[in-house]
Structures are given as C-alpha cells and as structure tokens.
Design a protein around this ligand. Structure first.
Ligand SMILES: [Zn+2]
Length: 70
C-alpha cells in the first residue's frame, strides 16, 4: 500500500504505508501519520502517476508537453 499526501510547500509525495517520516525535496521532514491522506493505492506505478497528476494540477499542467509539440 502506498499513500499520497502533500507537504506544506504544496508538493505531492507518495510513500509506502508504515513509513512514519518522509523528507520532502524542499527539506522539510513530514510526519506522515499527521498528514491528511489525499489518496492511496496498492500499486507503485499508480502512486507515482497520482503524484504527477497532482503536480500538474498545482502548476497548471504547463510542464506537460509531449515531444512532438516541441
Ligand atoms: Zn515540501
């Protein structure tokens, strides 16, 4: 099981269930147990996909460009 949550900086992060602390790339260490869980999944691939979608939502999807559009 993987859980997806957000850091205070707004970044979406996933971690394996049972992990109590996770360090965000912004430098903050997050106490996973006190976080509101956005989503959860059994599949690692799905977890990373959800995180990517959450990031695109936050940044307006501007970073999403396929190679044929460049
Ligand atoms: Zn952060």
């Amino acid at each position: 099981m993987y859980i997806i949550f957000r850091c205070d900086c707004g970044r979406a992060i996933y971690t394996r269930k049972g992990v109590s602390k996770k360090k965000c790339p912004c430098g903050k260490t997050i106490n996973v147990k006190t976080r509101r869980i956005i989503s959860k999944t059994d599949d690692l691939k799905t977890a990373s996909q959800i995180v990517r979608e959450l990031q695109e939502e936050k940044y307006g999807g501007l970073r999403f460009t396929t190679a044929d559009k460049i």
